[in-house]
Design a binder for this molecule. Sequence first.
Ligand code: HEM
Length: 125
Amino acid sequence: MEKILKDLENDADIKVLVDSFYQKVNKDPNLAPFFNDIAKIDWDHHLPKMYDFWNSVLFGAMKYSGSPFAKHQVLPLEKENFNQWLGLFFETVDEHFQGSKAEEAKQRANIIAQTFMYKLGLGDD
Ligand code: HEM
């Protein structure tokens, strides 16, 4: 029987989404090095920032302040990396949630990724 999933509704759901997504990212041989070797991020610092980011994007919580593009501009990102990132993000959303906010999360991620790619000169060819 197909599992009935709830929609993304609150802080606890955002935490599930973000934690599960970065667990996948951390296991991905192409994406993990951006975080662990290039940016050498502190996960204890990055994850709460991402909870705030997604809370702001999806629920309008004004907790996140930052300039995400600037952080990505310095990374040697290729279009393929964005497609991998989006693939894992969509997979994570679909594993845990279902509904209009879940769809919105995927749509917003895609729009932001396309904007980053465009600004990085990695647009459609
Ligand atoms: C190939 C795809 C991507 C990779 C490899 C990547 C990698 C990273 C890395 C390494 C950082 C930490 C930078 C640092 O603190 O020095 C970061 C931060 C961040 N990323 Fe990404 N990212 C990708 C795509 C995206 C997308 C599509 C979004 C939005 C939907 C996003 C949102 C953010 C945000 C909000 C931060 C925190 C920025 C801050 O410190 O305020 N990233 N990313």
